[in-house]
Ligand binder design. Structure first.
Ligand code: OAD
Length: 227
């Protein structure tokens, strides 16, 4: 059981140079979301989708964790066993900062999924060109990321953890995507203390006990120093 559950989104990695999704133009890295983040987009143009995620994987490898990732890792180091990070991010910046309990509900760039045998495996190279699955040999590897309309990973365990935690913090996420957005309701209902640390306020702030607005590299180190 983790006393502190932290839900993170694209905003925590923004200051590491990784762009968020809902920019004003509605595009993700100059592509329409439906082209690069849906099963239909992948079926229509797998080469484009592979090129897109291969590029994201390289960009993440070149990025560094920032002060917000490092502060959460420091909190875990001070309070072993107390901190669980649930992230919507497909980068590995929490792990590279030193966090050890990280649940990637939207999958990871550093993982591939074989559509033939169902195996998920660590993957750090490109997927363009159709490399063979090391398990079954099929050329059926796709990015192990959760696209719109697909099931989020590990959600039952996360709902259980959130229902038992004492602190639930939401950092750098727009709160627009369910089911992640519904976790704060579970936490509040269960009596946890809730906090939002984000650049902008969400439309509905009623379920948050504390709201701290500002860039994550400033707000998160200050916030975790209190615990
Ligand atoms: P969004 O891009 O929707 O939202 C990012 C949030 O971070 C916004 O509320 C920004 O105000 C905030 N933000 C930006 N820069 C920040 C900074 N420096 N410090 C603090 N906050 C900052 O990203 P997510 O909420 O992560 O799903 O998006 C959730 C999911 O929607 C993603 O995982 C992805 C996407 O479609 C799938 O791919 C399935």
């Amino acid at each position: 059981m983790a006393r502190i559950v932290v839900l993170t989104g694209a905003g925590i990695s923004a200051e590491s140079g990784i762009r968020t999704f809902r920019a004003v133009d509605g595009l993700w890295e100059d592509h329409r979301i439906e082209d690069v983040a849906t099963p239909e987009g992948y079926a229509a143009d797998p080469a484009l989708v592979h090129a897109f995620y291969d590029e994201r994987r390289r960009a993440v490898a070149a990025a560094e964790p920032n002060a917000a990732h490092l502060a959460l890792a420091g909190l875990e180091a001070r309070r072993p066993g107390d901190v669980l990070i649930v992230t919507q991010n497909i980068d590995d910046l929490h792990e590279r900062a030193g966090s050890t309990r990280v649940s990637h509900i939207h999958g990871e760039l550093g993982s591939a999924l074989c559509e033939a045998c169902g195996e998920r495996m660590p993957w750090h190279g490109d997927l363009a060109g159709g490399p063979r699955c090391p398990s079954c040999g099929a050329r059926a590897l796709r990015p192990d990321v959760v696209w719109f309309g697909e099931a989020v990973y590990g959600l039952d365990d996360i709902f259980d953890a959130v229902a038992l935690c004492e602190q639930f913090w939401v950092i750098g996420t727009s709160g627009a995507v369910t089911p992640a957005a519904s976790l704060v309701a579970v936490a509040a209902e269960a009596g946890a203390r809730t906090a939002l640390l984000n650049l902008d306020a969400h439309d509905d702030l009623r379920l948050f006990d504390d709201v701290v607005l500002g860039p994550a590299t400033v707000t998160v180190p200050e916030w975790v120093a209190r615990f």
